[in-house]
Design a protein around this ligand. Structure first.
Ligand SMILES: Nc1ncnc2c1ncn2[C@@H]1O[C@H](COP(=O)(O)OP(=O)(O)OP(=O)(O)O)[C@@H](O)[C@H]1O
Ligand SMILES: [Mg+2]
Length: 180
C-alpha cells in the first residue's frame, strides 16, 4: 500500500559509532542496542569491493523498513560519515553519534586481550587516532552521545542531558576481558 509520500509516524534512528579499534563499540552494541537496533558493519561484509556502497544499501533498507540501525565501524573522519548522514537525512531518520573519545593506551590494552583476527595491529589503532575527528551537531547529527568505556564491563553515557552509568549484567562482566 502506498503511503502517498507521507512520513512514517515514528522516525527510525540511525546510530553511528565513532571510536578507535578496541574502544568497546561492539561490546556496547551487544549489551545496550542489540535488542532494538539492527547491526550494520562493513567489517562484517565479505569481499572488500564496494563495501561502503553495500553498507549504505543495508542502512537504506533498514531505515526504509522503519528499523533502527547502528553502523558499528570506527567511522573516524567527517568523510567517513558524510554519506551515512546524508542518507539518514534523506530518509528522515534521527541521526545520533555515539562517540567513544580516543584513549590510545586503553584501546591498546583492550585490543591486546583479544584473540585471533579480532586483535588488530597496533598501527591500525595509531592510524585511526591520527585521523579521528569528534562528531558534532554541525555535520548533521541530531545528537552526540559520549560513551566512556570503563573497567570491568562498565560504560558511562553522556547524552548531553545527563550522565548515566551502566554495568553489564554480571554474566557478561565475567566474560569481558578486564582492562589492566
Ligand atoms: N567496559 C568494558 N570493560 C572491560 N572490557 C571491555 C569493556 N568493553 C569492551 N571490553 C573488551 O575490550 C575489547 C575490545 O572491545 P570491542 O571489541 O567491543 O571494541 P571495538 O570498539 O568494537 O573494536 P573494533 O573497532 O576493533 O571492532 C574486547 O575484548 C572486549 O571484551
Ligand atoms: Mg567492533
Amino acid at each position: 500500500m502506498s503511503n502517498n509520500g507521507e512520513r512514517l509516524p515514528v522516525q527510525p534512528a540511525l546510530a553511528i559509532f565513532v571510536g578507535l579499534p578496541g574502544a568497546g563499540k561492539s561490546t556496547f552494541y551487544e549489551n545496550y542496542l542489540a535488542k532494538t537496533h539492527q547491526l550494520v558493519s562493513k567489517d562484517r561484509l565479505r569481499n572488500a569491493r564496494h563495501r561502503d556502497q553495500r553498507q549504505l544499501e543495508l542502512v537504506r533498507l533498514a531505515l526504509a523498513a522503519g528499523r533502527d540501525v547502528v553502523v558499528d565501524n570506527t567511522n573516524p573522519s567527517l568523510a567517513d560519515r558524510e554519506a551515512l548522514i546524508a542518507l539518514g537525512k534523506a530518509l528522515q531518520a534521527t541521526i545520533v553519534a555515539y562517540f567513544f573519545p580516543p584513549d590510545i593506551p586503553a584501546s591498546l590494552a583492550r585490543n591486546s586481550q583479544r584473540q585471533g583476527k579480532a586483535c588488530v595491529p597496533v598501527v591500525a589503532i595509531m592510524a585511526k587516532a591520527k585521523i579521528l575527528q569528534p562528531p558534532t551537531l554541525l555535520e548533521g547529527f541530531d545528537a552526540v552521545f559520549t560513551v566512556q568505556t570503563l573497567e570491568r564491563g562498565q560504560f558511562s553515557i553522556d547524552t548531553g542531558l545527563g550522565v548515566t552509568d551502566h554495568a553489564l549484567p554480571q554474566a557478561t562482566r565475567d566474560t569481558v576481558a578486564p582492562v589492566p
